[in-house]
Design a protein around this ligand. Structure first.
Ligand code: U2F
Length: 550
């Protein structure tokens, strides 16, 4: 069946169910963005003309919202709890829906079972049932539930699963045997999936797929209006939960010398003690009102938490400058409670590394808050900096489609996911094809191999050269020949399971090749090794596409 673009989202709203605050939040968002989604679909339809697109049957099982996994999120939606995940799921659903795919949405184990065709009570029976879906989008909680209730089918069909995984899963943590042997086992599991099946909120490592979310952008008229209407001395603090404000009196005091400070901190009846009296606290706002507030403000200021949420991108899109703290030493699963047990070795150098690295000045300022003078100087400088929303389609906003470029929702920022509006396939197939068939895409002539310095990961090595690590190219570098071409003198060559291979170890002039394709990894480093890294160029604001790719 051919997939037909949809322009009416009301059926999707029905599919999303009701009752939970989380679902209500998501539905409001979808409703509000309807016009943009429809426009995006129209544009893509125009661009594609008569190109055939298969309609996929897709199950979206949002595990973290099920009672069976505790659903700690829903009761906190109106109390300042995390909303980033819901923003992303709402956008995933909308994208799949406007693309014309057959959708089912489940937020309970019971619904999951009935959609999978598992008879109740036969949950753990190792049956193989034919799976009525081409693809299943879920999260770590949902994965666990499917494993428990699908019996042998789980193994058989696991290549159809896509895991929405905010912070990412690096290959070393994903490979069961390797993780077990080398201390990379975490509570989140070692699922032996293709690392591309994990889809992240931001591009943490190219080993995973960069799913992104939509951040609304303004049209030209709105931009002009906003520029004129900004109060140069108005700041909004990032953090809807009072605990985020704890211990920040010093910074707030300094900031208060220059700016009128606004907050959107949830409170019950009284001002939370963490929020000083000089702050204008609006309480937690509905999303559109929060964005209206950002339109008036000059500065959006972060105090270190939450990590990597959508709000800073919204602030920037609404013409704010985002000021955030640099983390030194960086936060990681080794030294910070929040990241402990997460399947990643990533070091986080600021509250929002994506904003820092992919947007940067003049929109993003990352400074050392331990140094009060630096902090104060930044505020003063920001007050006199001409800001305003970035120009349309700047470096950080991309239209992301493969293989031919198509529109993201008009004025929307789906951070560089090449996938969601993919014309011929759902983005996941694209990701899988790209990683399973080396050379299929991106074209191998965009490969630029680099030998990393000792202790440097391929993610960073490629970025050091203005390139991006492309894991699908690893097979091309995994040979003695590749080392030779790079003029690396191998005294001996061995093939082993190690997520840092292919690599070169200096003292013995030894070259190591990767034995297990699932362990090819852009992430990871060890001072013992100089890694052989597959990099490629990319379009500015379009990390997923190489320069000559289209
Ligand atoms: C992140 O989750 P958060 O929900 O804390 O992320 P935020 O960046 O604060 O913003 C989420 C949305 O909340 C909205 C705002 C954003 O789209 O428009 N909002 C609102 O509706 N009303 C308000 O008064 C203020 C904001 C991240 F996304 C998660 O993945 C992480 O788990 C979490 C912890 O690091 O941080």
């Amino acid at each position: 069946v051919q997939a037909v673009f949809r322009s009416n989202l009301s059926h999707l709203l029905d599919l999303m169910g009701s009752g939970k605050e989380s679902l209500i939040f998501m539905k409001k968002r979808t409703k509000r963005l309807t016009a943009q989604w429809v426009l995006a679909a129209q544009r893509l339809a125009q661009k594609l003309g008569a190109t055939w697109r298969d309609q996929k049957q897709i199950l979206v099982h949002i595990g973290f919202l099920t009672e069976e996994s505790g659903d700690v999120f829903s009761p906190r939606v109106l109390k300042g709890g995390p909303l980033g995940e819901m923003v992303q799921w709402a956008d995933i659903l909308a994208a799949l829906y406007v693309l014309g795919h057959g959708l089912r949405v489940t937020v309970s184990l019971k619904e999951l079972q009935s959609n999978l065709g598992v008879p109740p009570g036969r949950g753990s029976c190792p049956l193989t049932i034919p799976l009525p879906f081409d693809l299943i989008y879920t999260d770590y909680h949902g994965l666990q539930q499917m494993k428990q209730h699908m019996g042998l089918s789980f193994k058989k069909y696991r290549c159809r699963i896509r895991v929405i995984d905010t912070f990412g899963t690096e290959p070393a943590y994903n490979h069961e045997e390797y993780a077990t042997l080398h201390g990379y086992r975490t509570n989140w599991g070692y699922w032996n999936l293709n690392p591309k099946q994990f889809m992240t909120m931001f591009p943490h490592t190219p080993d995973n797929s960069f799913m992104g979310f939509v951040s609304e952008e303004l049209n030209e008229t709105e931009k002009q209006l906003i520029k004129g209407g900004k109060a140069s001395n108005m700041a909004v603090v990032y953090g809807k939960e009072a605990s985020i404000w704890k211990g920040k009196e010093k910074f707030l005091g300094i900031l208060n010398k220059y700016m009128e400070i606004h907050g959107t901190v949830y409170y019950e009846s009284q001002r939370p003690p963490e929020v000083p009296a000089f702050v204008k606290n609006h309480g937690l706002l509905p999303q559109p009102e929060f964005q209206q507030l950002l339109r008036k403000a000059k500065l959006f200021i972060g105090f270190g938490f939450p990590y990597e949420g959508p709000a800073p991108l919204e602030a920037i899109a609404n013409g704010c400058i985002f000021l955030q703290s640099r983390f030194s030493p960086p936060h990681s699963s080794l030294n910070h409670e929040f990241f402990r047990g997460k399947p990643t070795s990533r070091e986080v150098f600021s509250q929002h590394p994506y904003a820092e690295n992919f947007i940067g000045k003049p929109h993003v300022w990352t400074v050392d808050y331990n140094n009060s003078e630096e902090f104060e100087a930044a505020i003063k400088a920001i007050m006199t900096t001409q800001s305003g929303p970035p120009l349309a389609h700047t470096a950080w906003i991309g239209k992301r489609v493969h293989p031919s470029p198509g529109p993201a929702p008009q004025g929307a920022h789906a951070p560089q996911s090449p996938f969601v509006l993919a014309p011929n396939a759902t983005h996941l197939e694209w990701a899988q094809n790209a990683s399973l068939t080396p050379g299929a895409w991106p074209p191998v002539n965009s490969l630029r191999a680099w030998l990393a310095v000792p202790g440097r990961a391929c993610t960073d090595t490629c970025l050091d050269h203005g390139l991006i690590c492309e894991p699908s190219f690893f097979p091309f570098l995994n040979s003695q020949d590749a080392f030779l071409k790079l003029q690396v003198p191998c005294d001996s060559t061995e093939s082993e399971m190690n997520h840092l291979y292919p690599a070169f170890a200096q003292p013995g002039q030894e070259c190591y090749l990767q034995k297990e394709p699932l362990l090819f990894s852009c992430a990871g480093s060890n001072t013992k090794y100089r890694r052989l890294c597959p990099c490629r160029d990319f379009r500015k604001g379009q990390v997923a596409l190489c320069q000559g790719c289209l």
